[in-house]
Write a protein that binds this ligand. Sequence first.
Ligand code: CAA
Length: 281
Amino acid sequence: MERVAVVGGGTMGNGIAQIFAMNGFSVTLIETRQELAEKALSTIEKNLGRMVSKEKISEEEKEATLERIESSTDTASAVKDVDLVIEAVPELYDIKKKVFQTIDENAPEHAIFASNTSSISITKLAECTGRPEQFIGMHFFNPVPVMKLVEVINGLKTDPEITDQIISLSDQLGKVAVPANDSPGFVSNRVLMPMINEAIFCVYEGVAEPEDIDSIMKLGMAHPMGPLRLADFIGLDVCLDILEVLYEGFKDPKYRPCPLLVKMVDAGKLGNKTGEGFFTY
Ligand code: CAA
């Protein structure tokens, strides 16, 4: 496996492109508009620059990594000769479906398709393509260059041979692959999102101030970030999308999104990316 395309250059996509390029792969980062592609590349450059200043990589390694990444706004031609496509577009089924249909029509027969979805069914996404056996979930965590985990999710038809390839690929990237079966939210977000939602209910019901809720979880449970700062970091819109997938998927009221979360998303308070969420940035 040598050539990789990453569709989507947002927080997850640019991190995924960065780690593949750092590990010697040729990467094409696909975005919808040129300015978004440029923004993704400059984020990667900034993050590599931070690694140089912390002496984790050399200036030469940074330059070589950047040379291995090109960008494109034309998905069809960008996937023509790739071995693997990783999709990291917004967490909405219809957008992902359209992307996978285009990729399926244009990528070589042997190419593996992976989705970085944080909660949508891999089995359902796989059926948007004519090759569900070569389709898998490869779920990275933010910040991608730092977090060790790749949650690997098999769809109902995923070929075990493809799973083995993705597990050894994760190892090549310096990550630890942990398998989970296809179920709403998989393991990571089925456990994480109810905790975040419950922290938001504590704000909603006036149990404690956001700062104090986070301090309790950081100092008492040794979490590196409190649940509300983490929610801001992930994006409140993304948290809401995932909770809705859990709520719809299980039809269980325990996953109902807190009304305060819905209201904040409606008001455009999405966390770090908009400068305001439970905290200001
Ligand atoms: N690229 C490269 N390195 C980065 C980085 C980036 N984007 N962001 C942070 N780092 C590095 C820093 O350089 C630093 O390295 P050293 O320790 O070698 O100096 C290290 O990470 C720690 O960073 P900071 O000192 O700046 O800050 P910190 O100690 O507060 O750690 C954090 C920041 C790593 C984000 C930490 O707070 C943390 O682990 N938070 C929890 C993150 C988490 O839970 N992520 C998962 C979210 S869920 C998800 O992504 C999936 C989903 O489906 C929703």
